[in-house]
Design a binder for this molecule. Structure first.
Ligand SMILES: C[S@@+](CC[C@H](N)C(=O)[O-])C[C@H]1O[C@@H](n2cnc3c(N)ncnc32)[C@H](O)[C@@H]1O
Length: 266
């Protein structure tokens, strides 16, 4: 995706939490792995008492809502996002939690912090949206202390590919226009990008799939994706999904999500 298109996509997708909420609702209700994505994400962290932690692209702050009871004593947290709407939503949700958190609108490509300020930087499902990703990775390395830990979740290339199979079915006939907005930083190509600036790069995957038993939440998900021209095929898609559900009892959508872990060289 071109930088200008990515910029437009991010601005319209994340001006408020509505699109992210529609997608989170589908995952929350129909994921086969009951362990829980945000619980698994937290399990991968090495967080220590007194750590100073920066999250980039924090969205609605769900990571911290889901793991509120697991936050180590004395941890200081800076939650940031490019979208002021997201920052406001995260602050509203986390304001009454006993977290030493501060909130700010920050672009990952230009971090307003001194060198070596943080022990940990977290970037969940957001680096694929950043046009100048190498500058963002350079900035992340700059604000980390030597040996500081970096965690970035993202998707694999086949993540939710079944969504597009349904769209391309003859009775729907929708063809995606333009490049996929998530292809620039995946579980397959992200490790090489991170290893240009970090050591100890590892990739871990969370096994899961969706088994969906109602059409409307899936349609809501499709509508949250910002797919150009989808509205003209929406009724065909609804009928196609209704037929699928009646024939199979549930609609399976494969997922492939995980984390890239690394640390700043000493
Ligand atoms: C898919 S959401 C992920 C939200 C959250 N991290 C999660 O895992 O639920 C991507 C987030 O990245 C933010 N974002 C996109 N580009 C960004 C940038 N250049 N700098 C900081 N945040 C950005 C968006 O506003 C959005 O909140």
């Amino acid at each position: 995706m071109q930088d200008a298109d990515q910029h437009r996509f991010v601005a319209s997708q994340y001006s408020s939490a509505a699109n992210l909420d529609a997608r989170a609702a589908l995952h929350a209700h129909y994921s086969a792995n009951s362990y829980g994505w945000f619980r698994w994400v937290w399990d991968q962290f090495d967080l220590r008492m007194g750590d100073c932690v920066l999250e980039l692209g924090c969205g609605t702050g769900e990571l911290w809502v889901s793991n509120a009871a697991r936050v180590p004593a004395g941890m200081r947290l800076q939650l940031t996002d490019l979208s002021q709407g997201m920052v406001d939503q995260a602050a509203a949700r986390l304001g009454d939690q006993p977290l030493a958190a501060t909130f700010a609108r920050v672009d990952a490509q230009s971090l307003p912090y001194p060198d070596g300020r943080f022990d940990v930087v977290i970037a969940n499902h957001m680096l694929y949206h950043v046009p100048d990703r190498d500058t963002a990775l350079q900035e992340i390395a700059r604000v980390l202390t030597p040996g500081g830990r970096f965690y970035a979740t993202t998707i694999g290339e086949g993540h939710m590919a079944d969504l597009y199979t349904h769209l391309a079915a003859p009775d729907v006939g929708y063809r995606r226009r333009g490049a996929a907005p998530f292809a620039g930083f995946t579980l397959e190509n992200g490790g090489a990008q991170v290893s240009a600036r970090f050591d100890g790069v590892a990739v871990r995957r969370y096994p899961d799939e969706l088994r969906i038993t109602a059409v409307q939440p899936l349609l809501d998900y499709y509508q949250s994706m910002g797919l150009e021209g989808l509205e003209t095929r929406l009724e065909q898609l609804r009928e196609h999904l209704q037929r699928e559900l009646a024939a199979k009892g549930s609609i399976r959508i494969g997922k492939d999500s995980g984390m890239i872990l690394a640390f700043k060289p000493f």
